[in-house]
Design a protein. Structure first.
Length: 80
């Protein structure tokens, strides 16, 4: 089986959706009284945090990989 890269943004998004599902389920079971407007910030906030985590992971992944090109500058030999 081909291995895939770890994507922490997807993990954070899934945890936010699971938290909203837990809140919704506990409200439906009558255990907790959760106002409906609480679920929107949980989902939106979780997706925003997931986007930030994905961006940071993307930046770190591409920063550590490098570009493989020589630095552009006047350090090399002059063209003939």
């Amino acid at each position: 089986m081909k291995r895939h890269t770890f994507e922490p943004g997807k993990l954070v998004a899934a945890l936010a959706v699971l938290a909203a599902a837990l809140l919704y389920g506990m409200d439906a079971a009558g255990e907790w009284e959760i106002p409906v407007f609480v679920l929107v910030p949980v989902i939106c906030g979780g997706l925003c945090v997931a986007a930030v985590v994905s961006g940071v992971a993307y930046g770190l992944r591409h920063r550590s990989r490098g570009t493989g090109r020589a630095p552009s500058g006047g350090d090399g030999p002059a063209p003939e």
